[in-house]
Ligand binder design. Structure first.
Ligand SMILES: [Fe+2]
Length: 272
């Protein structure tokens, strides 16, 4: 199976731009068309939060219309920029697994060889994350009763990446997730958004990684705490379940690219 993983779309209302100069709506429409045009079609598209920028119904109207372009099932969770109620109202029709309780957004998708787990790590009115007791209990229950390789998707990283700007708004009780990694050896990945950059680290047997933003990024600074963002070539992560290996993750650019080109030895080393 193959999953396309995008994050932090930050849609704005019709005709509005992010910070009045970044056209997230147009750029995200381009992203959806690129995903639809992939040679190797994903089985689903995973979106790890910050669907819109200000939590407004008018932003969700745009998001719902443009995400509706996708030719695949969507598995989506909210981020700190989302409003839980408006998020559910507009994303529910695209992702029925979300249910209808804005304070308990957590669901699973079982495949033949893995379980995918999706949880809300946002707390209303806060930039930092927090996983509620009920969602933690739900998660523990899933891990206890399904021992297939388990991959969790959430918005906030549960661990400090050493990124001075973003660590202070990571998931404040991420240590409770790490305790589940300690307890369940088949808990193998946590994939996040929030930090607008591809970052990988490891805790015990689990890789903890973040996906970049679809439009704007956040520089990684170890020492400088200044809040900054940047426009860099955007990308998404592709997660492929490979027989006898498990989950393999690679980066897929979302900017204008050239190729792919075939390799031909006659032009690679033409005798010079
Ligand atoms: Fe974001």
């Amino acid at each position: 199976m193959l999953f396309a993983h995008i994050s932090d779309l930050h849609f704005r209302s019709e005709g509005r731009k992010l910070y009045d100069f970044i056209d997230t709506n147009t750029a995200n429409a381009d992203v959806m068309n690129r995903i639809n045009s992939l040679d190797e079609k994903p089985d689903a598209v995973i979106i790890t939060g910050d669907i819109v920028n200000c939590g407004l119904p008018s932003e969700y109207n745009v998001a719902k219309r443009i995400l509706g372009f996708l030719n695949y099932p969507i598995y989506v969770i909210p981020g700190n920029h989302d409003d839980k109620v408006h998020f559910l109202d507009h994303m529910g029709p695209l992702c029925p697994q979300l249910g209808n309780d804005p304070e308990n957004i957590a669901y699973k998708v079982n495949t033949d060889h893995a379980q995918l787990l999706f949880i809300d790590s946002s707390q209303s009115g806060e930039s930092a994350g927090w996983i509620s007791e009920s969602i933690l209990a739900w998660l523990k229950n899933q891990l206890k009763h399904n021992t297939k390789p388990s991959y969790l998707f959430m918005h906030h990283p549960p661990i400090a990446f050493g990124n001075r700007q973003m660590d202070r708004i990571a998931c404040k009780n991420g240590h409770e997730l790490l305790a589940l990694i300690d307890e369940f050896p088949h808990f193998l990945r946590i994939f996040c958004g929030h930090v607008h950059r591809t970052i990988f680290t490891q805790y015990k047997q689990a890789i903890i990684a973040s996906a970049p933003g679809t439009v704007h990024q956040v520089p990684y600074h170890f020492t400088d705490p200044t809040d900054v963002y940047s426009i860099e070539p955007p990308a998404m992560l592709m997660h492929r379940l490979v027989d006898n290996v498990g989950l393999v993750t690679y980066s897929q650019p979302l900017s204008q690219i050239s190729g792919p080109y075939r390799y031909f030895s006659s032009i690679g080393c033409p005798g010079d």
